[in-house]
Write a protein that binds this ligand. Structure first.
Ligand SMILES: Cc1cc2nc3c(=O)[nH]c(=O)nc-3n(C[C@H](O)[C@H](O)[C@H](O)COP(=O)(O)O)c2cc1C
Length: 191
């Protein structure tokens, strides 16, 4: 049975996209299919390489991982605008029970990553998703000197333009974990 994980993100300059790509690697490693999706934006945005999300993606996916640059401590407005257009999918329970997770990139270490990760989680919880983080059994969560947290994958762009080994490992692990849970949920009897 195929298992499709939507990686829904926005990235203006490419930092959040590096996380999205590492998460996709984790999804593939777990034997699931990563579907890269973004929001309508200017053609200069790095994430314009990927296609825009459709509301059918919410119905058809088996899990969804949401990522944004940290913008004044919360998600970019284009992503929020999309969630505000999903009332009918919310009422229909399109994402209910499916595993979901979050990721972000910020300029500075204490510039609001955790508030962004927590607020990214809110629409997923309202849609009834099963929230997945990164467990402390993952050594990279304990050892990181930059991004990577139990709340989700992250990167601090002001420390390095590329993902650290720990940030990358956290992102891969998150993609794997969401996929493994999605696959296990496919085996459960339908209520
Ligand atoms: C409008 C705006 C607000 C931002 N707010 C924050 C912030 O609150 N904290 C922070 O550390 N970085 C902030 N940044 C920087 C971005 O989060 C950071 O550069 C991020 O890595 C960009 O991701 P991208 O390369 O995927 O676009 C802000 C950037 C913009 C344009």
């Amino acid at each position: 049975m195929s298992c499709r994980i939507v990686i829904f993100y926005f990235s203006r300059h490419g930092a959040t996209q590096q996380l999205a790509d590492a998460i996709a690697e984790g999804v593939s490693k777990a034997g699931a299919e990563p579907l890269m999706r973004t929001v309508e934006s200017d053609s200069e945005a790095k994430s314009a390489r990927d296609i825009s999300i459709s509301r059918d993606d919410l119905k058809q996916c088996d899990g969804l991982i949401l990522g944004s640059p940290t913008r004044f401590g919360h998600m970019a407005s284009g992503l929020q605008k999309f969630w505000e257009s999903t009332s009918s999918e919310w009422l229909a329970g399109a994402l209910e029970d499916k595993p979901g997770a979050v990721f972000t990139s910020s300029q500075s270490l204490h510039g609001g990553q955790e508030s962004t990760l927590l607020t990214l989680a809110l629409p997923l919880l309202h849609h009834g998703m099963t929230l997945v983080g990164i467990p402390y059994s993952e050594p990279a969560v304990q050892q990181t000197q930059s991004g990577g947290s139990p709340y989700g994958a992250s990167h601090v762009d002001g420390i390095s333009n590329t993902l650290s080994a720990h940030e990358r490992q956290c992102a891969i692990r998150l993609g794997q974990r969401v996929s493994q849970i999605a696959k296990a949920m496919q085996e459960l009897p339908k209520p």
